[in-house]
Design a protein around this ligand. Structure first.
Ligand SMILES: Cc1ncc(COP(=O)(O)O)c(C=O)c1O
Length: 391
């Protein structure tokens, strides 16, 4: 097998990690010079910035005026668990999972909260659960975009507008890249470190009026730690949704989030963020189309993610290897690319099938993905040659 020469062009930015994701184009620490450092987050300057983060999130994502938006501790995980611990148990719950993060929320419901009426609906990596099997008169917990399988919910059509249960949606790798039908979603969570390339540590918790109604009318049987508590004396603590955070936030992270929101607005808002992610996915789609040895983990185009794009080696010689051999092959490809400095952190998630995962969210430049594609071919061919030699 003739070896392909190393491509001439390298991506200007090799950061294709699925979280924390690449900072926005042109970002530098200079962008944070107005951060309210060394000041109380409860002083006017701090509170104003936190409120601004909430307001601009609402504006860019198109969150309805009657939905609450709060900044909460512990990134997306904190926001999801805060919602689950505060809301679940009032009625039966359907927990949907098609990759490892969804599976984590199933564990929370079944093994930690030990909910007596919890149903689990699971699909293998590459597929999603059939929403026709879901009972929306129960509460429903699910992940909009499965970051570790590259699979997303195509739209909210299967979620009835009139439903008895609450829909609790982990949208951390979907928000700012995909449409989120807020009228179908009662809880939406995400963290700053994904599509906008912000910092981790803080989560966003968006609540519909029906979610608030549940919070005010239902008291879970289990104790809630202070960082989960959103209700006092049967009333929502409204301050949390006006920037009066439960505990101390990082004002440096807040400034960085404000910077990423300002960038999002500058380039054209949600429409442009989605267009950038779609264009990035299209680069990989064209490459996969032209190269039979690579395929999407997502079984059909409708459920293919435009952020966490997961790929498998469909070359029969690789696919025929035992599982650990496939994993070693994929790892060797990812390592070769990392060593060349052309792609950092693109190995598949530890619990996912062997392959590559390339972040395509809005902060990634399409030209960088275009530059990466020939390198993928180069690394694959080098590993294929090594495989042939070892045989
Ligand atoms: C779908 C999904 N849920 C939850 C998380 C956890 O997010 P965090 O580490 O910000 O809490 C991630 C992180 O990648 C994710 O992709």
């Amino acid at each position: 097998m003739a070896m392909t020469a190393k491509p001439d062009v390298r991506p200007a930015n090799p950061r294709f990690s699925s979280g924390p994701c690449a900072k926005r184009p042109g970002w530098s620490l200079e962008a944070l010079q107005d951060a309210a450092l060394g000041r109380s987050h409860r002083a006017k300057i701090g509170k104003t910035k936190l409120q601004q983060a909430i307001d601009e999130t609402r504006e860019i994502l198109g969150v309805p005026a009657d939905y609450r938006i709060g900044i909460v501790p512990a990134s997306d995980t904190g926001a999801v668990e805060m919602a689950m611990w505060s809301l679940l148990g009032a009625r039966g719950v359907d927990c949907l999972a098609w990759e490892s993060f969804g599976a984590g929320w199933v564990t929370d419901a079944v093994k930690q909260l030990k909910l007596s009426d919890a149903r689990t609906l699971e699909a293998p990596y590459g597929e999603i659960v059939d929403f026709a099997d879901v009972d929306f008169d129960r509460d429903v917990v699910f992940t909009w975009n499965g970051t570790t399988s590259g699979v997303r919910v195509p739209n909210g059509d299967a979620i009835p507008a009139e439903r008895q249960g609450l829909t609790i949606c982990d949208a951390t790798s979907a928000a700012f890249a995909q449409d989120l039908p807020f009228d179908k979603l009662d809880v939406v969570t995400f963290s700053w470190q994904k599509v906008l390339g912000g910092e981790a540590a803080h989560g966003m918790l968006i609540l519909s009026p029906r979610a608030v109604e549940r919070l005010e009318s239902y008291k879970p049987a289990w104790p809630l730690p202070k960082i989960f508590r959103m209700v006092k004396g049967g009333k929502l603590i409204e301050g949390i949704f006006k920037g009066e955070t439960i505990n101390t936030p990082s004002m440096l992270c807040v400034e960085d989030y404000l910077d990423s929101l300002a960038w999002a607005k500058r380039i054209g808002g949600l429409a442009e963020l989605k267009r950038r992610a779609d264009a990035n996915l299209a680069v990989i789609e064209r490459f996969v189309e032209a190269n039979g040895w690579l395929g999407f983990l997502a079984k059909t185009p409708e459920i293919r993610s435009n952020t966490s794009v997961c790929l498998t080696f469909t070359d029969p010689a690789v696919a025929a290897l035992p599982e650990d051999g496939q994993a070693a092959f994929a790892k060797a490809v990812a390592s070769a690319l990392e060593k060349e400095g052309v792609a950092l952190d693109i190995g598949a998630y530890r619990d996912a099938p062997a392959g590559l995962r390339i972040w395509c969210g809005a902060t990634v430049e399409t030209s960088d993905l275009e530059a990466l594609m020939p390198w993928l071919a180069w690394a694959y061919e080098a590993q294929k040659a090594a495989l042939a030699q070892a045989a």
